[in-house]
Ligand binder design. Sequence first.
Ligand code: ATP
Length: 299
Amino acid sequence: AVLAASGLGQLGEVWGEISQAAGATERIAELLDEQPQVAEPAHPIALSEPPQGAVRFNDVGFAYPGRPDLPALRGVSFEVRPGERVAIVGPSGAGKSTLFQLLLRFYDPVSGSVEIDGVDIARASPRAVRARLALVPQDVAIFAASIRENIRLGRPDATDEEVEEAGRLARADEFVARLPEGWETSVGERGITLSGGQRQRLAIARAILRRAPILLLDEATSALDAESETLVQQALDRSMQGRTTLVIAHRLATVLSADRILVMDGGHVVEEGTHASLVAQGGLYARLAALQFGETNGG
Ligand code: ATP
C-alpha cells in the first residue's frame, strides 16, 4: 500500500483539519504526531543514546486490526546495520509497507519485536521512535503554505537558514529561485502547483532537515522526466549519506546501489542478497527483476 504522506504520523484521518490549518507549522506537526493506533507505554523506556541507526526485526508476526485472520507479516527476521542501505522488493501485498508501519510504530507486532539500536520500540514512546526516523513517502503531501513552511515540517524548530540548506541539499533551490517569491512562494491549494519531481525534492528536503539516523523511502513508481529523475536521484543520494536507509524499491538503479536486497512474498522474507547474487539464484527476485526492470543480468 502507499504509505500516507508526511513521514511524521498518521495522516489519513486528520487530512481535512491539516489542510485548513495551513501556515501554522506547529499545529500541523502536532496533528501529524497523533497516534491513534498504539498506546503510550505507562513507563516508556528511552531509546539508546547516541542514536546509531541499527534496525532489527525479531520473528515478527502481524495482522492489521481489521483483518486479524489475514497475517500481513509472518516470522519476519532481519537486521540492518548502522549506515547500511537495504532495498525491499516483492509483489503487491507482500508486506513491504507494513514493515515501515511497524517501524514507525503506527502499529505494534502481534508477536516478535522490532528494535531500534537494540531497544524494543513497543516499550518506547511512539514520539521518541518517530524522532529516529524520516519517511519519504510515495505520495508527497504538500500543504497550502509557503515552500519554506512545507520544508520546515521536517523539524518545526529549524531556522530559515537550516530550511534553505536542506532545500539546497535536496536540489530544490534551482526551481525555488525561479518562483515569484522564492522560498516564500505559496504552494498547494492556495498557490502554484508543483511537478512530481519538485514535490519529491521537497519531501527529501524535509527528511534531510529532520536529521534522523534512519531513512525510510517509499520510492515513487510514477515516471519523472529525465531531468527531474537525475535531480531526485542526486537528492536521494545526499539524503542517504551517513544514514541507515530502508527503501521500498521500484527502480533498477536503487537495487543496484543497495548493500543488500530483502525479497518479500506473502508476509515472509523469502530471499536476501545483492542484485547479482539474487539474479544468479534464479528465484522470485530474478523473475520480479525481469518484469520490473526489464533485464535480468545487471549488477
Ligand atoms: P504494495 O506493493 O501493493 O504497496 P506491500 O508489499 O507494501 O504492497 P502491504 O501494504 O504491506 O504490502 O500489505 C500487506 C498485506 O496487508 C496485504 O494483504 C494488504 O492487503 C494488507 N493491508 C495493508 N494495509 C492494510 C490496512 N490498513 N488494513 C488491513 N489490511 C491491510
